[in-house]
Design a protein around this ligand. Structure first.
Ligand code: SF4
Length: 238
């Protein structure tokens, strides 16, 4: 039986618990990965822009057509706006996303010789690219460790007691101080996977949660194993 945890008595205790949770999640999701389909940094950058307010599954349905037609930054820079809008329409906010993608192609050609830069400071200056998108690309296309604070990551970091702040950059800093840098990208995948599958926003499946014994928010959702098991969404989400 799981009992509710007391808050850690020191920063060291918090670090120890956070690292243990990360290890347990690694065992639970050994194949956690970015659920967007891509074969190059440019494809991942475009797919991540399209994923705003949209599921990865939906994005993966439109990108094969988009990537077959637009293969380089120069292709996006000179793209026919209506054509792009038509292809990506089902991902929502398609006019704004089309602006971002065409602007992205132009900026890459003008400033980076058509290549995607591998530095956070340069990525965040590109149209449609915020810190979250930049960290996704750094971590998954360039192997540079990055923490991706999306809605799932932020929610779980709070529930785990890893942070009390809401600002994504501060969450990134606070969680980064708990977990070794080499683990940041995989940690992001694990929290996002757990958030999608078990630790849902409204009714987390606490009674079916593998990290319940380490989680200070155990009991926020149903603890009855049979009830909780029905809340678990097995995935895949791509
Ligand atoms: S499902 Fe419940 S026990 Fe598991 S991480 Fe979320 S809040 Fe904690």
């Amino acid at each position: 039986m799981v009992t509710k945890l007391k808050p850690p008595t020191s920063h060291t205790a918090l670090v120890r618990r956070a690292r243990r949770m990360n290890r347990e999640l690694a065992d639970l999701y050994p194949d956690a990965h970015c659920e967007l389909d891509f074969t190059s940094p440019l494809e991942l950058l475009v797919a991540t822009i399209l994923s705003a307010q949209c599921t990865d599954k939906r994005v993966n349905m439109v990108t094969p057509v988009l990537f077959a037609r637009y293969r380089s930054a120069a292709d996006y820079a000179s793209a026919d706006r209506e054509d792009v809008e038509k292809i990506i329409m089902s991902t929502g906010f398609f006019r704004a996303k089309t602006n971002s993608i065409i602007g992205l192609g132009q900026a890459l050609c003008e400033r980076h010789g058509g290549e995607v830069p591998n530095k956070l400071s340069e990525l965040v200056k590109l149209p449609g690219v915020g810190r979250k998108t930049a960290n996704v690309v750094l971590g998954n296309a360039f192997g540079v460790p990055g923490i991706t604070v999306d809605t799932h990551f932020g929610r779980l970091a709070h529930r785990f007691g890893w942070t009390t702040v809401d600002d994504p950059v501060k969450i990134e800093t606070e969680v980064g101080a708990l977990i070794p840098r080499s683990e940041w990208t995989m940690l992001s995948h694990r929290l996002i996977w757990h958030g999608r599958r078990v630790c849902h926003s409204r009714r987390p499946a606490c009674g079916a949660c593998a990290v319940a014994a380490l989680c200070p928010s155990y009991g926020e959702g149903p603890t009855d194993p049979a009830v909780a098991a029905k809340l678990v969404k097995p995935g895949p989400f791509s």
